[in-house]
Design a protein. Structure first.
Length: 66
């Protein structure tokens, strides 16, 4: 069974961060998210895996991830 899709508000609450932080992580650090129309949606399992792999601490560059 797969996770239900979470909104920006829900994933921010799950992680204990602000919505602004979520948007920054999506744009600058490659946080896994899926744009559905104008809305971002997230799978909790994908985001949890990304966090465990250190994604929140790695900055993305034009050549890939540092």
């Amino acid at each position: 069974m797969t996770d239900r899709w979470l909104s920006v508000d829900e994933i921010a609450e799950h992680l204990g961060v602000s919505k602004d932080t979520v948007y920054t992580w999506v744009n600058e650090r490659g946080m896994p998210g899926h744009k559905v129309g104008r809305l971002w949606k997230f799978q909790q399992s994908e985001v949890d895996e990304w966090i465990r792999a250190g994604g929140a601490t790695k900055k993305r560059t034009s050549m890939g991830i540092k």
